[in-house]
Design a protein around this ligand. Structure first.
Ligand code: HSE
Length: 309
């Protein structure tokens, strides 16, 4: 198969307290990328998305990811990529990551699957490095490729842990029509944090992992609390604290910024509550004259997959 079309899902990075080390997979929303491999050399990209993407190949996130895979493969190939973007760039639900994930997944299939899915995470991270101002991170590309909830226990060496997802883990995501670039959202973060803050955060990260392992969605909810990153990023989201009060009042267990924002996500233990939370989020942004897209789903255990098998 030298032409492969792949879907890679949107993702929620950080999951509250797990900045750069935790991420989960959404259902039903994602990017589609086709890759054709021919003899020769070079990468060309066609944008079939209806949204603007960088026109030169070197500025597109998929390029460093594809180059990293080809370098490891060790043979020259000509790679033709067609991008059908469904996730708005800068949305905070892993738009660039889904493209990088889909591109390396499709290329790997087209080459006869020389690499494991875990190895593909390393290649896709190169795309994240391009858009984040130099720091490769895998909390979006990991779940987009692998599905479910993913923990990056270590980056050097890369140690990927797939965590169980409680059955009643229901997620509401609102993507308000505001542009927040990952680079900007990372630049506002402090380089150092006080020990007392770190103690709170690692208690929560441990609680999050324990809650997932014990399938205790209430413990997950208590632990989804970010004292490190959120204080610096919530200013990008209109009336963030008020929105959290509203969604907790209708039964959500936690609400946080999704990835670098501006999307927010809330956890609920029941789909009906999650749907109500989605409505509350939509109303909140509508009252502020901000349009929003709402997604309500359980966490998906399916990551990137071929569409033309
Ligand atoms: N962990 C990343 C961040 C996700 O919060 O900046 C966005 O790429």
């Amino acid at each position: 198969m030298n032409k492969v079309r792949v879907f890679a899902p949107a993702t929620v990075a950080n999951m509250g307290c797990g900045f750069d080390v935790m991420g989960m997979t959404l259902d039903g929303v994602g990017d589609v990328i086709s890759v054709e491999v021919l003899d020769g050399e070079g990468i060309s990209i066609i944008n079939n998305s209806g949204v603007e993407l960088p026109e030169d190949v070197d500025s597109n996130v998929v390029t460093p990811a594809v180059r990293a895979l080809l370098a490891a493969y060790g043979e020259c190939k000509k790679v033709l990529i067609t991008i059908e973007k469904k996730i708005a760039p800068g949305s905070g639900i892993g738009s660039s990551a889904a493209s990088s994930a889909a591109a390396v997944y499709a290329l790997n299939v087209a080459l006869g699957r020389p690499f494991s899915d875990e190895r593909l995470v390393e290649f896709a991270m190169e795309g994240e490095k391009l858009i984040s101002g130099g720091t490769p991170h895998a909390d979006n590309v990991g779940p987009s490729l692998l599905g479910g909830v993913v923990l990056l226990r270590s980056y050097e060496p890369l140690d990927i842990v797939r965590l169980p997802v409680p059955d009643n883990f229901c997620c509401s995501v609102a993507h308000p029509e505001i542009m927040v670039s990952t680079r900007m959202a990372r630049e506002v973060l402090p380089k150092e944090i006080p020990l007392r803050t770190a103690v709170k955060q690692w208690g929560n990260v441990a609680g999050l992992v324990a809650g997932l392992s014990l399938k205790d969605v209430y413990l997950v909810g208590r632990a989804m609390c970010d004292v490190v990153v959120e204080p610096y990023r919530k200013r990008f989201i209109p009336q963030f604290d008020e929105l959290r009060e509203k969604v907790l009042a209708v039964g959500a267990l936690a609400m946080n910024i999704s990835g670098a924002g501006p999307s927010v996500f809330a956890l609920s233990a029941d789909m009906k509550v999650a749907e109500r939370v989605g409505e509350v989020m939509r109303e909140h942004f509508a009252q502020l004259d901000v349009k929003s897209d709402i997604y309500v789903s359980k966490v998906s255990n399916q990551g990137a997959r071929v569409l033309n098998d």
